[in-house]
Design a protein around this ligand. Structure first.
Ligand SMILES: *[C@@H]1O[C@H](CO)[C@@H](O)[C@H](O)[C@H]1NC(C)=O
Ligand SMILES: *[C@@H]1O[C@H](CO)[C@@H](O)[C@H](O)[C@H]1NC(C)=O
Ligand SMILES: *[C@@H]1O[C@H](CO)[C@@H](O)[C@H](O)[C@H]1NC(C)=O
Ligand SMILES: *[C@@H]1O[C@H](CO)[C@@H](O)[C@H](O)[C@H]1NC(C)=O
Ligand SMILES: *[C@@H]1O[C@H](CO)[C@@H](O)[C@H](O)[C@H]1NC(C)=O
Ligand SMILES: *[C@@H]1O[C@H](CO)[C@@H](O)[C@H](O)[C@H]1NC(C)=O
Ligand SMILES: *[C@@H]1O[C@H](CO)[C@@H](O)[C@H](O)[C@H]1NC(C)=O
Length: 752
């Protein structure tokens, strides 16, 4: 997982257009007005969540080209001067040669030859001495043009604020640029300048948002000279390629440049407004650099003048935005559940992912997944959404390009003819960003997906816990599934169920989706098409790699940052382990030697819950039996059910087949002296992987004073013939799913 999401908003060149911008051979013109007028367009905006600007609206906006393509934005502040961001020109601590750059002025659409646009070579690039990286501030640059720009209706300078200028918090300002329209989603042809309205955020309000963990659990300390603009809820922002461009605010009929687009944490993410370089503090620096240049930039006085001495409000309300997706009244009552009704076929279940888009398996619409259907063919299609009295009509079907051959891409997006009002229901489900890491132990549920049929019994919505990727590979990979080893991004998400299927009933429906919860918010984490099978769905295809495709098509699906970061004490350690050796009976001497079969193991106890024999416990002291928590407690339940323990008969026969998975067999190893030692308890759902008892020694000995632990010196010595079957270091086996480590000590109430 890459740890850096702090993104300076430069762009890699959009493909150069041969011949699009011939350097105008025109000589510098003399048509400048005597007094440099600024910030007034003729009477007549990367930008995420914005729209096409009208030509001539932002006549100071320039495009900075390198290698023939747009890299950054900038603003004309005087005929020979352009203001931009330092990070556009500094790579690896070195300022790039000015000769590599050119400034395109008066351009609106960057597709094809342009009327009115002209190009200027760059004579010099000036960057503050102490600029050392976007996140350390001073991200400002001045470009001196080789020859002055020709001012005209489409090319005019913007006004600059004086150092004393105060822009009121909450002011609606505008950012403009040709940058990406979403993360990793370039502006489409014809590359028309985008504009977006952003509100200025006070320093305290912005710092409050950035003090909350965001993408990659990052927080950020704003520095003086930085300015935030945007919205706590995100969705409108600058993005890659907008860097250096202006953030302008209108005052007294003039446009002042309040900020220079600098960086962001992703684009348009919740609680991550865009960060700009505040222009006002650089008045002196700018004046110094342009000294002697006539006409220079205009710094009109603010009117009315800001009241000096007025303290900046510091106690602004810290209003963080909460996720707008993924809230369900209770598990199973999914407000995003959509039923797509196609005449002549069974309903297909999908999920609402935005106001206008439903995600469903492409295989629900056979014969239609190879083309984008014209709207007329969709006339009879309907989508039922929760709490909507009438069915929605469908405007468009966009299948995933790889849906026909890749099960992991069996997806299609349906656009509704009219957007729905999102409230408590319908409400969209959250989608993960590609870098999302669903933590092992996350609570998940299966949800209907595609042409699904009722599940066997009531257990279909049963809660599950996510297995770590390594255990998923080790555990499910041995059970007939081909589960790839952990990777980035993951190729499988595996739920570990509380219970396995009821004997004799099989799951023969086609699809399920996996919803996982973080901080009370549900994510659509995975999808699975299940051939007829008598095991619950195992490895799900993670949806996160499809985030970019979904946001590209929908332009507004609710991708949400990872919300849970508590790795627990074990961290990611499990990911570096190898699967324990596999033998018929498990990792190590699980079963007695054949000669011992039929002999009662005197320490084994049968644990019965609510009258049903569920698992094996171990007598560790006269009054105490050790059992795995998952045998006893149902997930989410905190009440201890009615439990009975039978001693002196366990081990006499195997547990019934249907109980094997939950039986949590203990792992016993024999020392050289012949003593049997309890080394591990099976991980939930497995008879092959074990959680070590060793790390629990303190807890067990504190609870059960008389439990007998062998001193470390005498432990462990394995049976010579079985020795190599034991993992060399049993303590390392504790890197198992956390829940499996929860052991439960049962006090025996001796009955008379
Ligand atoms: C950055 O500079 C360092 C040291 O000058 C050099 O080792 C490294 O290769 C440079 N990286 C790039 C991307 O140029
Ligand atoms: C750069 O230097 C100026 C003037 O000394 C100072 O005001 C500013 O805070 C400095 N910026 C950074 C990022 O160090
Ligand atoms: C903060 O919010 C509370 C309640 O919404 C409001 O009464 C108070 O005036 C707000 N304070 C500021 C400084 O905006
Ligand atoms: C479709 O598959 C190809 C080849 O594996 C891959 O390069 C491409 O990114 C996939 N398309 C999408 C939208 O994921
Ligand atoms: C959406 O619903 C809310 C609450 O029911 C209502 O206040 C709002 O006006 C609705 N918006 C639209 C666009 O219909
Ligand atoms: C499962 O599929 C088998 C044949 O594939 C069919 O006979 C059986 O009725 C199906 N079970 C359910 C519950 O649909
Ligand atoms: C996430 O960030 C918070 C606040 O910075 C920190 O307390 C916590 O330890 C971090 N968690 C992880 C797993 O990094």
């Amino acid at each position: 997982m890459s740890q850096h999401l702090l993104l300076p908003l430069v762009i890699l060149a959009i493909s150069p257009i041969p011949g699009a911008f011939q350097d105008s051979a025109l000589s510098p013109t003399q048509e400048e007005p005597e007094d440099l007028d600024c910030g007034r367009p003729e009477p007549s905006a990367r930008i995420m969540g914005g729209s096409d600007a009208q030509p001539g609206t932002w006549p100071w906006q320039v495009s900075l080209h390198q290698g023939g393509g747009h890299i950054c934005g900038g603003s004309l502040i005087a005929p020979s001067w352009v203001l931009s961001a330092a990070h556009c020109f500094v790579t690896n601590g070195t300022l790039e040669p000015a000769a590599e750059w050119s400034v395109v002025l008066g351009v609106h659409s960057q597709d094809g030859p342009l009327e009115g646009a002209h190009v200027r070579a760059v004579a010099a690039i000036l960057v503050p001495d102490n600029y050392s990286g976007v996140e350390r501030g001073a991200d400002v640059a001045l470009l001196r043009l080789a020859s002055p720009a020709r001012l005209g209706p489409a090319v005019r300078p913007v006004c600059l604020p004086r150092a004393s200028h105060r822009f009121a918090h909450g002011t609606a300002c505008w950012a403009t640029g040709w940058g990406d329209i979403q993360e990793d989603d370039p502006l489409p042809l014809p590359w028309v300048l985008q504009e977006v309205e952003l509100r200025l955020l006070g320093e305290a309000a912005c710092q409050c948002l950035y003090s909350r963990p965001g993408p990659f659990n990052l927080t950020f300390q704003l520095l003086p000279g930085m300015l935030c603009a945007g919205y706590p809820e995100g969705r409108r922002d600058t993005c890659q390629g907008d860097s250096g461009g202006p953030l302008v605010c209108k005052e007294g009929g003039r446009w002042f440049q309040a900020g220079i687009t600098s960086f962001g944490f992703g684009c348009g993410r919740r609680n991550r407004p865009g960060v700009f370089t505040a222009v006002a503090p650089y008045e002196a620096w700018i004046r110094e650099q342009v000294l002697g240049s006539e006409p220079g930039p205009a710094f009109p006085t603010q009117s009315p003048e800001p009241q000096s001495g007025l303290p900046e409000p510091t106690d602004e309300n810290c209003t963080i935005a909460l996720p707008e997706c993924g809230k369900a009244p209770r598990p199973g009552a999914w407000p995003w559940e959509a039923q797509v009704m196609v005449p002549g076929s069974r309903p297909c279940y999908g999920a609402l992912v935005s106001e206008s888009w439903v995600l469903a398996p492409a295989s629900c619409f056979p014969g239609r997944i190879s083309s984008d259907l014209p709207p007329r063919d969709l006339d009879d299609w309907r989508v039922m959404l929760p709490s909507r009295p009438r069915a929605e009509r469908v405007a468009r079907l966009v299948p995933h390009e790889n849906a026909s051959w890749d099960d992991a891409s069996n997806l299609a997006l349906l656009q509704l003819r009219a957007p729905v009002n999102l409230s408590t229901a319908p409400r969209p489900v959250c989608l993960p960003h590609p870098e999302h890491y669903f933590l092992p132990g996350s609570r998940c549920r299966l949800a209907r997906w595609g042409h699904t049929e009722p599940a066997p019994g009531a257990g279909s919505l049963l809660e599950a816990e996510l297995l770590g990727a390594w255990w998923c590979h080790c555990l499910y990979g041995r059970q007939g599934e081909s589960v790839p080893p952990p990777g980035e991004p993951p190729q499988a998400l595996c739920p570990a169920y509380q219970e396995e299927e009821v004997a004799g009933r099989c799951w023969n429906y086609s699809h399920w989706s996996l919803l996982c919860r973080e901080e009370g918010t549900w994510f659509l984490a995975g999808i699975r098409d299940l051939p007829s099978d008598c095991l619950r769905p195992r490895a799900f295809y993670p949806l996160q790699s499809h985030g970019p495709w979904i946001s590209h098509v929908t332009r507004g699906a609710y991708l949400e940052d990872q919300l849970a970061w508590d790795w627990g004490p074990e961290g990611e350690e499990t990911e570096t382990q190898t699967c324990p050796p596999h033998t018929e009976h498990g990792a190590c001497g699980l079963r007695p030697e054949p000669a011992l079969m039929g002999v009662l193991w005197p320490w084994l106890a049968e644990v019965h819950v609510a009258g049903e024999r569920v698992c094996t416990g171990i007598l560790v002291a006269p009054g105490w039996v050790l059992a795995a928590t998952h045998c006893i407690l149902r997930l989410g339940s905190t009440t201890v059910p009615y439990i009975e323990v039978y001693l002196g008969r366990a081990g006499a026969g195997p547990l019934p087949q249907s109980h094997q998975v939950t039986s949590a067999p203990p792992l016993l190893c024999q020392t050289e002296e012949g003593s049997w030692v309890l080394v591990g308890m099976a991980v939930r759902g497995s008879r092959e992987l074990f959680a070590a008892i060793g790390p629990e020694e303190t807890w067990i000995s504190q609870t059960v004073g008389e439990a007998h632990f062998l001193p470390p010196s005498g432990f462990p010595h394995w049976l010579p013939e079985g020795g190599d079957l034991c993992p060399p270091d049993m303590a390392r086996a504790s890197g198992s799913p956390r829940a499996a480590l929860f052991l439960l000590l049962l006090t025996l109430l001796i009955q008379g």
